[in-house]
Design a protein around this ligand. Sequence first.
Ligand code: SAM
Ligand code: DTB
Ligand code: SF4
Length: 339
Amino acid sequence: MSTPAEQVVTLHRPRPAAPAPASGEQRWSVDAIEALFNLPFPELMHRAQTVHRENFDPTLVEFATLLSIKTGGCAEDCGYCPQAARYDTGVEASKLMEPAEVLAAAQRAKDAGATRFCMGAAWRSPKDRDVEKVAELIRTVKSLGLESCATLGMLEEGHAQTLQEAGLDYYNHNLDTAPDFYGDIITTRDYQDRLDTLARVRKVGVKVCCGGIVGLGETRRQRAGLVAELANLTPHPESVPINNLVKVEGTPLADQVDLDPFEFVRTIAVARITMPTARVRLSAGRQQMGDGIQALCFLAGANSIFYGDKLLTTGNPDTDADVQLLERLGMNRAAPQVR
Ligand code: SAM
Ligand code: DTB
Ligand code: SF4
């Protein structure tokens, strides 16, 4: 048993130094970000909550609904992905959905309380005629007053411009992992291809939704490396999805060892600290996570979720369960911010 005097010393011991970008510049070093990861959990959470509260109402969570508008048959070899044609995952390839089907799905999402509607297509990159068709889908989604997001693979500048003119609010394109681990996961396109697409999206004035996946077998330093790449985009992405690997039978990562859930929470906290004004989305992997870890993610600064019974091809918590979870936590859905 410690004496009261010893307890006071313990309670008031100096805080570990708070890592930050070197003064006079905005770049985060991997070392500084790894130092954040290494903080004692309560210290990291305190820092993340402080940043979160300076920028957002911590009781509000954005609801974004995903729809796979073109599923499977993808030519890429992303080692985590059930939609890659080369892996035998049972996902059947489908054609691009028609506007009427997308309108019905977007209306259902809106009625259920979503404010952002994100359309995903399993393409390496869309062709001209694909972009024209997706532009039509974006106009459909916007006609309902929803925020629109699309993730279609690599984009050329003209394609980005067409999507912008159709009213696209966000383009999702993830860096996925650290540059020095990327080649272990994907070989059919490189890191620079991804950065080039992000630059084109930014150039035409569409907001950037860019994050990654953890639990791929990367080290903590590599998680820090991913966050450094994201945080050093100038400006940092407006929206940052953090996915926990959903292990799918038939993919090379089907038997990957689970990441410690607290390490996932740490990743959220570090993303919040380094990208203060971003919507940090607690993305894939929630179904496997449990309510307690999700609540910790909200405390760590996550303020967006994918809302709907399905992600693209895998499961997601029921909408009722999400509404109940927020109710139990005394939290609410964030109001829409449409242009
Ligand atoms: N084909 C497009 C692309 O790769 O840019 C868009 C769709 S892709 C499915 C979007 C993102 O979903 C990936 O970059 C990855 O971060 C995430 N993702 C895919 N499969 C996943 C899985 N099994 N578990 C967690 N996240 C996953
Ligand atoms: C993102 O970062 N995660 C979403 C969205 N952007 C497109 C996709 C998650 C996919 C999970 C596996 C699946 O359902 O196929
Ligand atoms: Fe294709 Fe995207 Fe899946 Fe990679 S993540 S295999 S590009 S659908």
